[in-house]
Design a protein around this ligand. Structure first.
Ligand SMILES: [Zn+2]
Length: 335
């Protein structure tokens, strides 16, 4: 296991502070022993960008994970077989939900549980389904084609798969639940979006989970949702619902990012309100949850290939996965 040099530096500063503040007549030997233990607990595993990227690629290789498709079925089996090896328990939630067009869809949320006995739990999530409609593609003939979903879905899941692999090697002090939501992106295509009611046709998997969590009376002290985190030179603004429901978590995560030298990617700037899975987790399940999501410079819109047939691997930079994964690992292992 390697240690990041920056964290080593932080640990050294931390030890220095503890050492100086605890110097007293009781002698130095005891405090040195205590400090050594603190250093060990401060060790943070290294996130592998290559490994995370390979998990994004694996999803793309299946094809668009449109609910009910062959790619969706085979990709779900792959998640389950990998997570079964890494997690203490996995829970598969099969459910039904009504789509905007009245069709009853079969959905599947996948939950990987780490350190199940820990009372203090962190919930990490992302959506794994691909949008069936590339309704923002510049070419109208593509509007009913599926989105490959390299950024919109697979990037966040790729980061979480790498986190899961690391958690299996180094058990954290806290409990961690990785929740892969299905049916986030089955909202009506643009030409059928008639009224604001259509909002609730997004995030069908997170709505189901929020009403029926994988464990009765499930609580997490906070949650983080990842969406479109693979964009090169990412710009994660502080999203509106995150600030409304969980301002203390936004502060915690942005402070951690800044301590790691990532403030250019996590600026102290507000983004708009986005209906995404975290909205339902906050509103229905009452777990303070934030969304880490990239927004473009200039107009604060989603990334340029959002909901087009060009949301492919070219839109994903392993460096961006590394930034987000490193922030998450530092949060997990410093609790
Ligand atoms: Zn989407």
């Amino acid at each position: 296991m390697k240690f990041r040099s920056l964290l080593f530096f932080i640990s050294v500063v931390f030890v220095g502070l503890v050492f100086f503040s605890s110097c007293g007549p009781s002698g130095q030997t005891d405090s040195n022993q205590t400090d050594t233990k603190k250093v060990l607990r401060q060790s943070i595993p290294v996130f592998s960008a290559d490994s995370a990227f390979s998990y994004v690629k694996k999803q793309i290789d299946f094809g668009p994970r449109v609910p009910g498709s062959k790619a969706w079925t085979t990709c779900a089996s792959w998640f389950e077989s990998e997570l079964k090896v890494w997690a203490d328990t996995i829970i598969i939630q099969n459910f039904q939900a009504r789509a905007f067009n009245k069709e009853v869809l079969k959905g599947r949320n996948i939950v990987a549980v780490f350190n199940p006995k820990a009372k203090k739990r962190l919930m990490l999530s992302s959506h794994w389904d691909s949008r069936p409609f590339a309704d923002h593609d510049p070419l109208p003939e593509n509007h009913r084609k599926a989105v490959p979903g390299a950024n919109d879905g697979a990037s966040g899941v790729g980061v979480l798969m790498e986190i899961a692999r690391i958690l299996s090697k180094e058990s954290p002090d806290i409990g961690v639940d990785i929740v892969l939501f299905d049916l986030e992106d089955y909202g009506p295509p643009q030409d059928l979006q008639r009224n604001s009611d259509s909002e609730d046709f997004w995030g069908l998997g997170s709505q189901y989970w929020s009403r029926n969590p994988h464990i009765e009376n499930y609580r997490a002290f906070y949650g983080i949702l990842l969406d479109m985190v693979g964009v090169p030179e990412p710009r994660f603004l502080q999203e509106g619902f995150s600030l409304y429901y969980a301002p203390h978590i936004v502060k915690k995560v942005w402070t951690m990012a800044s301590n790691l030298g990532y403030s250019q990617y996590f600026p102290q700037e507000q983004g708009g309100y986005i209906t995404d899975d975290h909205y339902y987790v906050n509103k229905i399940a009452g777990i303070p949850t934030i969304n880490i999501i990239h927004l473009e410079k200039g107009n604060n819109s989603f990334f340029k290939h959002w909901h087009t047939i060009n949301d492919n691997l070219d839109s994903v930079d392993p460096k961006s996965l590394d930034i987000v994964g490193t922030v998450l690992l530092n949060l997990i292992y410093s609790e």
